[in-house]
Write a protein that binds this ligand. Sequence first.
Ligand code: KG4
Ligand code: ZN
Length: 361
Amino acid sequence: MRKTTTILAIETSCDETGVALVRKQNDEITTLENELASQIDVHSATGGVVPNIAAREHSVALPLLLAKILAKHSQSAIDAIAVTVGPGLLPALAVGVTAARTLAWAWQKPLVPVHHIEGHIYSALLQGEIQFPALALIVSGGHTLLIEVKGHLSYTTIGTTRDDAAGEAFDKIARLLGLPYPGGPSLSKLAKAGDSKAFTFPRPMLRTDTLDFSFSGLKTAVVYAMRELSPQDQELKKADLAASFEAAVVDTLIGKVKKALQQKPYTAMLLAGGVAANQPLRAALTKLCAQLHTPLRVAPLSLCGDNALMIGQVGAIAFEHGRGSSWQDLDATARMPVESFNAAVLQPDLSGRELPGEGSV
Ligand code: KG4
Ligand code: ZN
């Protein structure tokens, strides 16, 4: 008999409101719905994400996206509600978690808490035959992580950033160059017209044994290089600065991946997260993996940025592995390592739960 699990998924950790409906039948996961409301226009006015404004935007968009999907699908077909509980911006996360808890109470269905980074990992992992152990490079606005994916839902972080995340560095340098928000894509676009060898920027921590990253020194190097240029030259050499900076970030990321792949045999390499949309990074990792004969799975461009589909995919797998929580037991958490999440497997028991205040006068 074919086992079917249908999951409603909610993602509100940063500046994208996502709702998706996914169905898992044995090993096959299909997308029934995938809705996304971007806040890019709102945040470009401030040049970055303001948590309370992000939360307000989520609270406007989320009911609309839910209503759109639920107009087409009966809640009786939904087995559980998956929601990103962290890490992310707490006010933003709280909107999604509150909505998920409310629906879980109203429908008497279990919740499946999902770690945001798990979502990114699975957006690449599911792009081919699943093999473990895999090495994941997750690069986004908030994270630069090298994660050993030991099996389904089983992770060990082997490298992380000691300061700025890769995407954060892109965003900060883009702002310095006067480029529009979000900085990563605009900087990368400008870099295409520049010479990546025009400036020699550091490749931080490549000569150390650790698999950790650091991008604040690189950022400072770009600031100093700009200070030495006249305002006219800063303008003239903008594309060269962007290209040289981008090359330094890519070399640094690739250098650490190479080190990790040489330390231990992995059956696959995974690349995901917002910065995984970066073409030079995709190209460099493709080349490295070909050289090392490691199969590479890259998140499709449509799933590099935050979305609820990836949360639904993890939710479906995690639910079948017994992860679940009742509406009373769930909360948003701004910071939490992805490995500690395995311990947060709670068995849902929705039978006979009393509502707060019920039975009391
Ligand atoms: O995963 P994501 O959408 O949100 C977080 O969870 O942080 O990642 C957003 C980050 C931003 O810093 C953005 O500038 C960066 O991904 N990004 C890029 C590119 N597209 C998005 N960075 C470099 N090159 C790109 N093409
Ligand atoms: Zn993300």
